[in-house]
Design a protein around this ligand. Sequence first.
Ligand SMILES: [Zn+2]
Length: 184
Amino acid sequence: MNIDLRPLPLALAAVVLLTASPAFTAPSQPAPAKPAAANTSAPAEEKLPPVLAPEQFFGAAAMGYAAAKAVPHICHKLFCYCGCDITDNHTNLLDCFTNFHGADCHICQEESMVALKMARDEQPIAAIQKFIDENYSNKYPFKEDSPAYKKYKSVRQYTTSGATGAPAGAAQGGSGGETCCAGK
Ligand SMILES: [Zn+2]
């Protein structure tokens, strides 16, 4: 009895070892491939709404749409000071060029062209925001900041020097004659 039983457990152990060892080595091999595959999808840009085709416009309008189409990711981070945040519920400059709003508003057009020029000069987004704010915030036609304007101010990438309040300039009191949208 004793003699007959011994070979069986040994044989079983051998079978277990043989079948188990491939199972242990197999999972370790595909593992290194996974991180490489994951990296390819990582830098995906956030989806932005498409800009209308510039070819259907003329003059400054065509240039404005072309500029927005060239640097939509920058226009997405800029505020449009023409007043379209109130009149058209826009939240950023890109919104002006995903529809026909930008066709007859020279403030939107100028801002997008400035954005393109500064982007080509390899200026960082913070510098572009600062330049736009300093040169166009005096066009903003409303006395109080809209929720969209407040939100932009909270996320823009540069910090204003000096006081935390509104810019010291008396721009708000300027004539509204240049705005294209506030009079509606
Ligand atoms: Zn606008």
